[in-house]
Each structure stands twice: as structure tokens, then as C-alpha cells.
Design a protein around this ligand. Structure first.
Ligand SMILES: Nc1nonc1C(=O)NCc1ccc(Cl)cc1
Length: 254
């Protein structure tokens, strides 16, 4: 997986990338990152990348030309690497509150791409004409307004990388299991058995894996029903047999 990030702050991206999972995967050669400074593609003497918005309004906008040329340079680099000229349709993800909300499902889908280009905006926006020309996916990480697209890009790269085969060791990949089934994670415990007078739930010490799995699913369902009822409802719809079995079991115990 090759990550390409178009940004005015490449160091922010490079520093953020050398954290645990992404840094190790890069060492393994499974992931690769290039952070491209949009300012390197300005044609103006003063390296200008922004200008006033037509029609007035507060703040500045990023101009189209430097963004377009930086993106073209990355695409040419991809074509050179892949020895394909012209037919590459690389996905260009523009991070913006106006995009589709990012999810584990989209992370899994994007993890299948060989190359991903992330366009990180700043100021009040980017000239619409270059967005229309290069962006394939408008993606938001949530309904709040940040200063730029760099943090959202790093959030997305982390979540996508965890779905790239080989990035997670066996012991780590279990973590993604829980959300993958559409439920929130169950509560977790580790040593000591008693901490500040609080004991670990007995079932987790029992060594009875079936009972542990049953307990964990119950906790996930309770947490999901409380915090994300819409997720709970959709899970319940596609797991009718779980509730039938549970009712029968409770009937027997009565
Ligand atoms: N929420 C979000 N999810 O994805 N991105 C965001 C976000 O707030 N970006 C800030 C931003 C995006 C584009 C420009 Cl030009 C300026 C600032």
C-alpha cells in the first residue's frame, strides 16, 4: 500500500506516520508514505498557494494550480513505478466535513487499493474547479471542523493500514474483530486480579472459553444498545437466531 499525501505541512504527516503500527509496517515494506508539499508546486515568486474568495467572505482559499500540479506529479510517479502510462485511475481522497463519514467498512474497502492519494486542505477551502478535476472520494472523519485535513488523513491512514494484510501481527488483529461484527467492544481486564479492591469478573478467570465468549457478546450487546442503539438494531435484525436461542435457554433455566 502506497500512501501519498498532498499537504502544506509534510513534516506533520511524516512525524505522525512513524508511530507504532504504521512505522513498523513501513519498516516491513508493507506500507510506504510520501508527503508532498503543495507549496513546492506554486509558480508564483512568493510561493503563494492561497487567495481571496470570489464573491467575498472571510478567510482565504487554496488556489487550484499548485494542488493540481502536485497531484499530477504524484500520479506520474505512480505510473512510472507501475510502468503504466495514462490509464491509472488513482483514488484521490479529499478530507472535508462535507464528505461521506468514514467507517470501518470504508477502511476495509480502501485497504484493497494499491495507491491512495490524500488531499489535505487548509484555510477556508480549495478552489472547486480542482476538486472537480481530481477528487474521487470526499470523506469526513466526523461532524466537527478542524484546522486542516492532515489529522483526518492520519486517522484514515491508521484505520486503513490496520486492514492491510501483514500490517498487524496475529496478536493485534483480534482488536479489529469486535467492531467488524458491528458491535462495540466488550470491557477488557488484565493483571492484577484485584486492583483497588475491584476484582476481575469471575467468568474471565474460569478458563471456560465458551462462557467467556458468551459473556463478551452479552457485554458488547449491552454497551452497543446503550451507546449506539442504531448499531444494536441493525445487528439484532441480522442475528434473530441469537435471541431465539437466548429465549429458549432462559425458558429452560426458569
Ligand atoms: N471533520 C473533518 N473530516 O475530514 N476533514 C475534516 C475537517 O474538519 N477538515 C478541516 C479542513 C478541511 C479542508 C480545508 Cl480546505 C480546511 C480545513
Amino acid at each position: 500500500m502506497f500512501f501519498h499525501v498532498l499537504t502544506l505541512f509534510p513534516d506533520m504527516i511524516r512525524d505522525g506516520f512513524t508511530t507504532s503500527i504504521l512505522g513498523r509496517a513501513a519498516e516491513k515494506g508493507i506500507l510506504s508514505l510520501e508527503a508532498v508539499n503543495i507549496r513546492d508546486y506554486t509558480k508564483s515568486r512568493h510561493k503563494k498557494v492561497d487567495d481571496y474568495p470570489y464573491g467575498g467572505g472571510a478567510g482565504m482559499l487554496m488556489q487550484a494550480q499548485p494542488v493540481y500540479d502536485a497531484c499530477q506529479a504524484v500520479i506520474e510517479g505512480i505510473q512510472t513505478r507501475k510502468k503504466t502510462a495514462g490509464e491509472e485511475k488513482v483514488r484521490v481522497i479529499y478530507l472535508t466535513p462535507t464528505g461521506q463519514v468514514f467507517s470501518q467498512q470504508l477502511a476495509r474497502e480502501l485497504a484493497r487499493e494499491e495507491d491512495l492519494i490524500f488531499l489535505c486542505g487548509h484555510y477556508e477551502g480549495i478552489d472547486e474547479r480542482v476538486l472537480q478535476r481530481i477528487v474521487t472520494d470526499y470523506v469526513s472523519i466526523g461532524d466537527y471542523v478542524l484546522t486542516g485535513g492532515e489529522l483526518p488523513a492520519m486517522v484514515m491512514m491508521d484505520a486503513i493500514a490496520r486492514n492491510v494484510p501483514g500490517v498487524l501481527g496475529n496478536e493485534e488483529s483480534a482488536q479489529t474483530e469486535s467492531f467488524d461484527d458491528g458491535l462495540l467492544e466488550y470491557p477488557q481486564y488484565t493483571r492484577p486480579e484485584i486492583w483497588e479492591g475491584e476484582r476481575v469478573p469471575e467468568v474471565l478467570l474460569s478458563g471456560d472459553h465458551a462462557k467467556v465468549e458468551e459473556w463478551r457478546l452479552e457485554k458488547s450487546l449491552a454497551k452497543t444498545k446503550e451507546v449506539r442503539p442504531e448499531l444494536y438494531e441493525s445487528w439484532a435484525e441480522s442475528h434473530q437466531e441469537y435471541f431465539v436461542k437466548k429465549a429458549k435457554k432462559e425458558e429452560r433455566l426458569r
